[in-house]
Design a protein around this ligand. Sequence first.
Ligand code: SF4
Ligand code: SF4
Length: 446
Amino acid sequence: MNTKETQKIQAAFKEKIDYDELMNCTRCGFCLPSCPTYLETDKDEVHSPRGRIALMKGVVDGTIEPNESVKRSIDMCLGCRACEPVCPSGVKFGRLLEQSRDAIYQHHKPPLFSRIARNLAFKQLFPYQKRVVGITSLLGIYQRSGFQYIARKVGIMKLFPETLRTMEKVLPRVPKRKELKKHTAYFPPIQKQKKKVAFFSGCLMDTVFKQTNDATIKLLQYVGCEIVVPESQGCCGALQGHSGEADQAREMAKKNIQAFENAGVDYIITNAGGCGAHLNDYHYLLKDDPEWKERAAQFKDKITDITRILVDLDFHQQPLRKDSCIVTYQDSCHLKNGQHTFMEPRKLLEAIDGVQYVEMHDANRCCGSAGIYNIIESEMSMRILDYKMEQAKKTEATTIVTTNPGCLLQMKLGIEREGLTEKMRAVHIVDLLLEAYENKESDADA
Ligand code: SF4
Ligand code: SF4
């Protein structure tokens, strides 16, 4: 970083960081054992929540220069927010992290490749769902045309870093373009109606993981929900918000608030922990905008994870069955730490006949996926994943269940890296619940 850049970043820290939030930290250190990067760096304080807060405060106070090592500490954070629920002072670390990244990336010019990648992903792709559909269709052509087979056979994939190579192997078969057409905007309940809800369909969840979105809608119908799917909704903007693109994230938030505010529903349902946590924070993102602040607060109050509404509407009391298997659960950090939802997924899994639920040690520790962290901070991400897979193997589970697309891919990546694809699978919870529900229905028909 040159001097001019450093001065601008320092000024941006002063302007953007919530100083009261920084001051809430009493430096007690209770958060240290929960921080994966602290543990994986042999307890290096620079890579701990307390250390990062001290660096942020130093930069705002002008006693520390925002140099490469400050940036490195901020970049290395997973944003998993495991430090929040254990903090006796209630420090909202996730917000401080986003504010720091916003301050850094507004003025720091990353290397050319990274600049192009950020611009393409954050500004040109995810804000436009039609483009996400287009890219997914191309991926489908690659997977189905035989090109994938050829690329692997002649070793083209060797030109890419190992994580991307393995990620390419574990990506699910994506739907064909005609199956990616827009959802029907309305679904009636199948059981006696209990609630009217809106469904937040997301960007990748509605393309690469479309099958899981379809399963979510079916489950909601089975528990008696009338469902609307507003057509003008878009990507939640979490990637932008977590990566220092706050202005872009605010524009995306406004678009979604507008799309849902006249739906007249009891809840807005999400099935991706990361999206849900970000939607839950729209009111904070727009806190300085008088026109949007209140609208954002009303929107946020309706955000509900699918597992929460399923438990509220007694889905776990319905007959559910799987062939005998051991199942374990990997918490989505943002579902647990951002939305305080962790008992509901376990309750649902334990309700399935035939499932032996085994709790994984440190199930609430991040898997290392963290948005695009597993691509840009690959080495640390893989160390965290290796630890996770050690714990998963100890449960002897044949199925690892997750509640977020990033975690799902990371678990698939871990299974592939461990050579366990014949013995273990990773699934989103709604896919497993739908299988279990439909198994019992076909038992009843037989
Ligand atoms: S637990 Fe909270 S108050 Fe204590 S050091 Fe960590 S962030 Fe600061
Ligand atoms: S968000 Fe996660 S990685 Fe970052 S400081 Fe908190 S616990 Fe550590």
